[in-house]
Design a protein around this ligand. Structure first.
Ligand code: NAD
Ligand code: MG
Length: 390
């Protein structure tokens, strides 16, 4: 609000990488923001510490078994404690002006939709929402008059240079990709990759799941679907360009030949600040971009053969219906199994492909459809992993 009142903000997934970066920015602007709700999966200690530090009104832990611990950790404060999936949705439905959606995976879909359904301004980091339920999600945004601000650095970059009033003059959008830690590796080398190697991203510091997604390049695939929904661009007008320095965060190409880009150092506090301050710019304490010191920017075409996730995503999007939902759920299960050392690195994309083959496709007309397909795909992928281990 412009009346000088602090803006009320909620952070879903506050203990994660995006969540803590968001709270870092809020911490530097205490007079401008009042924290309504904070949520976490199971890390009660971190959640309670954040809730106390920011004097939140509500703290929610997704795991119902951790309710008593959260209550204890908040003893002596007037911060409300709650637990479980319904409480998570309740947190998102609370009247905050701005909601950061930073839960990882399809687990964030229902809470994020709660915020969308009350017409909130939603800063969206949780890209899996758009991968598993893109059409439904964007319809809800339009119908409820919600404001969707992309946090993902590529989509945030595009958002900054995308002229929505002249959309018909936009020729293509170009998503840049770092290529991840195995950009130059052969398939043979990738076969022996460990979780430690996969989560060590060369440019960005992020949560474990998205780091593995970056290593398989599934992340760029998920972002391809995300871009298709946010910007309403057809599949054949979205390009992926490998750019190892992660300085150009993405580009928009216009019919007159102009290509507009957003640049910056790889620090998520820049796109988060863009959404937190929106529609105004706010300061972010990120390292300033020094192109003279960097000297050279490189570009390369993506390689679908070494990174089959890129091919799978295009196929899933072309098929439509339940395919992207299946792809997302199978990928979540496979990445968790890889992190638990139950499968190899190359098995991740292979399992996604086999899950897509196993499950029937069908149009998704409701949230219930999405949740059912998501569950079925998790079961199929889990069965495939168990069958291979037996
Ligand atoms: P993270 O693993 O660091 O944090 C995830 C947060 O979600 C934590 O607070 C965790 O407690 C909570 N959470 C996890 N599982 C949950 C569940 N089942 N129910 C409720 N809460 C749950 O992840 P992150 O790196 O912060 O990423 C969050 C989202 O933002 C992801 O969708 C990711 O793809 C996206 N994103 C992240 C980055 C980044 O730099 N980290 C960049 C772009 C997009
Ligand atoms: Mg990204």
């Amino acid at each position: 609000p412009s009346n000088g009142e602090p803006r009320r903000v909620t952070v879903l997934g506050s203990t994660g990488s995006i969540g803590t970066n968001t709270l870092d920015l809020i911490d530097r602007n205490r007079d401008r923001y009042q924290v309504e709700a904070l949520t976490a999966n199971s890390n009660v200690a971190a959640l309670a510490e954040q809730a106390r530090a920011f004097d939140a009104r509500l703290a929610v832990v997704a795991d119902p078994a951790r309710y008593a611990d959260l209550k204890d950790a908040l003893a002596g404060t007037d911060i409300e404690a709650a637990a479980g999936p319904e409480a998570l949705k309740e947190a998102a439905a609370r009247p905050a002006d701005w909601v950061m959606a930073a839960i990882v995976g399809a687990a964030g879909l229902e809470p994020t939709l709660e915020a969308v359904n009350r017409g909130a301004t939603v800063a969206l980091a949780n890209k899996e929402c758009l991968v598993c339920a893109g059409t439904l999600f964007m319809r809800a945004v339009a119908e409820k008059g919600a404001t969707l601000l992309p946090v993902d650095s590529e989509h945030n970059a595009i958002f900054q240079v995308f002229d929505f009033s002249q959309k018909d003059k936009i020729d293509r959008i170009i998503l840049t990709a770092s290529g991840g830690p195995f950009r130059t590796w052969t398939r043979e080398q990738m076969a022996a990759v460990t979780p430690e190697q996969a989560v060590a991203h060369p440019n960005w510091s992020m949560g474990a799941k998205i780091s593995v997604d970056s290593a398989t390049m599934m992340n760029k695939g998920l972002e391809f679907i995300e871009a298709h929904h946010i910007f309403g661009m057809p599949i054949d007008r979205i390009d992926i360009l490998v750019h190892p320095q992660s300085v150009i965060h993405s580009m928009v190409s216009y019919v007159d030949g102009s290509v507009l880009a957003q640049l910056g150092t790889p620090d998520m506090r820049t796109p988060i600040a863009f959404t937190l301050g929106w529609p105004e710019r706010m300061a972010a304490p990120t390292p300033r971009l020094d192109l003279g010191a960097i000297g050279t920017l490189q570009f390369d075409s993506p390689d679908d053969t070494r990174f089959p996730a890129l091919r799978l995503v295009r196929e899933a999007l072309r098929i439509g219906g339940a395919a992207p939902t299946i792809l997302n759920a199978a990928n979540e299960v496979a990445v968790a199994a890889f992190l638990a050392r139950r499968i190899g690195f190359l098995d991740i994309a292979a399992l996604v492909e086999r899950s897509l083959e196993r499950l029937p496709n069908a149009p998704l007309t409701s949230l219930e459809d999405v949740l059912r397909v998501d569950r079925d795909a998790r079961t199929v992928c889990t069965d495939l992993i168990q069958a291979a281990a037996a």
